[in-house]
Write a protein of this length. Structure first.
Lengths: 376, 153, 363
């Protein structure tokens, strides 16, 4: 008997109240289906069904050259597009043992941090909206527009840039880049306390999120939950500290760690990360060398020497790993993407069982899932 | 822990381990029948404590498959790469580490879904991304043919 | 008293006499009822439409944007355009839904709110139904709405709708208690349940001033419970769109959905009217006991403006906290009612009874 038939026969014998949240649902933020078994309002168990956005990126990359792969990696976790590009570029550069100019390193880290703030702003908007405070959506997006304006000025696009390429950058940045960032930091530092007044200190919000979906440190390591979700449980997994890359060795910042591991602390960890990102940005913009070099000397056709290469990068949601197996050609033999959201998704059953439907929405919002990253 | 020290400890634990050339991490080939016990030992031993599996991938080498495990220790900070080869392309099967690392349960389902490598003793061995009714094969294999959707160069 | 120059009772009385003089008794009765019905229908429709526009404008103001401003001057014709759109939408019939109950549910909800609004005193002499059990009648009749909500959720044959309807049923039934008990405070103060007596007893000052602390507590509890009654604001998880994709009215389309939508706004108007009437004096102008000149100036503003002004302010408060707070979970909502609001209410009533017996309030 096939799996489907077995499930149907079982259901006929002991009926369960199963509802499907998704694939089209306002709060799963992407095309994901949760099969939730309910007892009244309480969730008994939850099965996530992914694969609705499976595009076969890993298979496609086996027939594309390395500069062409950059454009596909944008579309993984589209809210951390720069960091995805950086991962593949760094992997290729380390394999070819090419050193990029200092200025390029600084610009890459600046773009990563800006992208991190933009991603967390969108997460805050969506999280508030899921919980019912619909006004959060407008405040968060209004401030995110300032970052998107900086991006549009330099790269021409707001979300998917494909700007960080093996060897350096696609082209030079706009002269107003530095000034745009300092203006943004000044503006956003004034706005962030507003966010805290709106949601963080609100009694209803705290009652909805405190003590909910507690993730222990052992579970975080065992299930591979990285990013702010893992750091809120005490799992020190920040790749920027463990294996620093680009300009991170030159800046001084602290890793945001909490031990409680519930939904509220995952929220607070991301809010604190936004503040920390602004500190990093200030240091980077100060120290960035002037000049106009934007790429190292690369051959026209990139062929990686035979062997295996792995690069880890900290995206807004966790650790992204790029594993390239090369046989000396200009296309990779095997490209594996270890995406953070894939590991983060499957803790949902453990976290949400025993809580109510409203809590399920809060927990999945606090894990900050982006579905194309899961399915690739 | 440095790579040399790690190498010595690994040889002490498993004499049959072969080492590959790899600039980044310590790269070990493990025979597939000793793999499960070895991995358990790696996680539980007090001086290695490799408790975080951060990548599990399958590679199709046309004559056989290889499963690649990237492990690291959150206590000591050292990492290593384990590789297990299957015996040929027909019905490839490897022991599952889902009981040691919870994240492996889903990574192994993905490897089964896209490459067709079965994992024995897996709690829930079925496809992950593709539909249950997808009988055309395993897309990430090198010999997968699809005239409509894939253009061969 | 200055406000009596705006008394509309002679006008309504003359229309009444006109009808009875020119028509036989039963026909005059039917004609009178028809006129009142038509006036109320138009009033209901117009207020409903403009409340939706007001909500969109207030919501936009809080979200740092403008709201509808293209269709007509300041978007005034927007809701009429929306009404036409809803009228022309396809009424999708669900195959396995219980057809009779499915079609009946929106009507029950509308009828319940309509019956309630008929009993509100709009101005001096403009009071359609003046029972001697005024407040009790309004509460009883607005509770019929919960039947409509439950029917809608059940007959949709949709698991999401059922969950939404069950949540809503539990919520409305619980908050009925708080609404009733907080209104009881003013009933004890004024000594009557009849709405015209309550309004008349506020001629020297409004009950929220005369009744000092217990009345203020009762007002806050009433506003909270009233918002929960109408499935609005932080208590709207019956239709929580981010969890249940529109809850109990998921399967309704076109004009039937418009009925639910309209009934929700008119229920909000009803709660705001009752709050304004019972606590803030209804159509009675603001009087301070002792300041004759102040009272005379206040009397120049017609009572109907007072009534709509007060109701508008209460509606604004209700809209304000809908767009500011996140949603409460069902168990937190029920905890709020049974463990917090109900004991506060009961203690408040005992305190008020004591105050009235001892005469410790401004008479």
């Amino acid at each position: 008997m096939s799996e489907e038939k077995k499930v149907i026969v079982e259901l006929n014998e002991n009926p369960e109240y199963i509802i499907n949240m998704g694939p089209q649902h306002p709060s799963t933020h992407g095309v994901l289906r949760f099969e939730v078994s309910l007892q009244g309002e309480m969730v008994k168990y939850l099965i996530p069904h992914c694969g609705y956005v499976h595009r076969g990126i890993e298979k496609m990359c086996e027939s594309l050259t390395y500069p062409q792969i950059i454009h596909l990696t944008d579309r993984l976790d589209y809210l951390s597009a720069h960091m995805n590009n950086e991962a593949v570029s760094l992997c290729v550069e380390n394999a070819l043992e090419i050193e990029v100019p200092e200025r390029v390193k600084y610009i890459r880290s600046i773009l990563s941090e800006l992208n991190r703030i933009a991603s967390h702003q969108l997460w805050w908007s969506a999280f508030g909206m899921d919980l019912g405070g619909l006004t959060c959506f407008f405040y968060g997006l209004r401030d995110r527009e300032k970052i998107l304006d900086i991006f549009e000025e330099s790269f021409g696009s707001r979300l998917l840039h494909s700007f960080i390429v093996p060897g350096g950058l696609m082209h030079d940045i706009h002269p107003n880049f530095k000034k745009g960032i300092t203006d943004f930091i000044k503006y956003f530092r004034k706005k962030l306390p507003e966010y805290n007044r709106f949601l963080t200190g609100n009694v209803i919000f705290q009652a909805r999120t405190k003590g909910l979906g507690i993730l222990s440190k052992e579970d975080a390591i065992n299930y591979g939950i990285t990013g702010p979700s893992g750091r809120a449980s005490g799992f020190s997994c920040d790749i920027r500290k463990i294996e620093p890359y680009s300009a991170y060795p030159y800046v001084d910042f602290k890793e945001i760690l909490y031990t409680e591991g519930d939904t509220f602390y995952r929220y607070v960890a991301r809010m604190d990360e936004m503040v920390e990102s602004m500190n990093i940005l200030e240091q980077l913009v100060d120290k960035m060398p002037d000049g106009n070099e934007y790429t190292a000397k690369m051959k026209p056709v990139i062929k990686l020497p035979e062997g295996e290469y792995y690069q880890r990068v900290e995206t807004a949601r966790g650790e992204l790993g790029v594993y390239i197996v090369s046989d000396g050609n200009k296309t990779p033999y095997r490209l594996k993407l270890r995406t953070p959201n894939f590991s983060n998704l499957f803790i949902m059953n453990k976290l949400a069982s025993g809580f109510k439907i409203a809590d399920l929405v809060a927990i999945s919002g606090s894990l900050d899932l982006v579905i194309p990253d899961i399915d690739r | 822990m440095e790579q040399e020290q790690l190498k010595e400890k690994i040889i002490a634990l498993l004499p049959e381990a072969e080492f590959n050339v790899n600039k980044q991490y310590l790269d070990i080939n493990v025979p597939s029948d000793k793999m499960h016990a070895f991995v358990k030992l790696l996680k539980e031993s007090d001086d290695l404590k490799l408790d975080y599996l951060f990548c599990l991938s399958g590679v199709d080498w046309k004559t056989h498959f290889t499963i690649v495990y990237h492990l690291t220790s959150t206590f000591f900070g050292h990492s290593l790469v384990l590789k297990v080869k299957t015996t040929g392309r027909e019905n490839p099967e490897v022991a599952s580490v889902a009981d040691i690392y919870a994240t492996a349960e889903f990574h192994e389902r993905e490897v089964y879904d896209l490459m067709g490598i079965k994992f024995s003793d897996h709690p829930d061995m079925r496809r992950l991304f593709l539909d249950e009714t997808f009988i055309e094969g395993f897309p990430l294999r090198k010999d997968y043919k699809d005239e409509i959707n894939i253009i061969e160069r | 008293m200055g406000y009596q120059r705006y008394d509309l009772a002679p006008l309504t009385h003359s229309i009444d006499l006109f009808l009875y003089n020119h028509l036989p008794a039963t026909w005059a009765f039917i004609a009178e009822m028809t006129i009142i019905g038509v006036v109320f229908l138009i009033f209901y429709a117009v207020i409903g439409l403009y409340l939706v526009l007001a909500e969109r404008k207030v919501c936009a103001f809080m979200q740092n944007r403008i709201g509808p401003n293209r269709v007509g001057w300041f978007g005034v014709i927007q809701t009429i355009a929306d009404l036409f759109k809803l009228l022309m939408k396809e009424l999708i019939t669900i195959r396995k839904a219980d057809k009779f109950l499915f079609n009946l549910a929106p009507f029950i909800v509308i009828i319940a709110s309509f019956l309630g609004i008929a009993a509100i005193p709009f101005a001096m002499g403009l009071h359609a139904i003046d029972f001697n059990i005024g407040i009790f009648y309004i509460m009883a009749v607005s509770s019929i709405g919960v039947v409509g909500v439950l029917l809608a959720g059940w007959s949709s044959n949709n698991k999401y709708s059922l969950i939404g309807a069950m949540r809503s049923g539990a919520q409305i039934v619980s908050y009925e208690l708080s609404v009733g008990l907080s209104l009881l405070v003013i009933a004890i103060y004024s000594g009557s349940l009849q709405l015209s007596t309550i309004v008349a007893s506020q001629a020297d000052a409004w009950w929220i001033i005369k009744g000092h602390i217990p009345a203020i507590i009762a007002f806050i509890v009433f506003i909270t419970a009233g918002t929960a009654e109408t499935n609005r604001g932080p208590f709207d998880l019956a239709e929580a769109e981010s969890e249940l994709t529109a809850g109990f009215h998921t399967e309704y389309s076109g004009i039937k959905f418009a009925f639910f939508f309209l009934a929700e706004y008119m229920n909000m108007f009803l709660i705001a009217s009752v709050a304004a009437t019972v606590f803030w004096g209804g159509w009675m102008p603001l009087h301070i006991p002792g300041c004759e000149s102040f009272n005379n100036t206040m009397d120049f503003i017609p009572p109907i403006c007072w009534y709509f002004g007060k109701t508008a302010i209460v509606i604004l408060i209700m809209m304000w906290f809908k767009w500011t707070f996140p949603r409460l979970r069902i168990d937190q909502l029920l905890t709020l009612e049974w463990k917090y609001l109900l004991p506060i209410n009961l203690v408040n009533i005992i305190v008020v009874a004591l105050i009235v017996l001892m005469g410790w309030y401004i008479k």
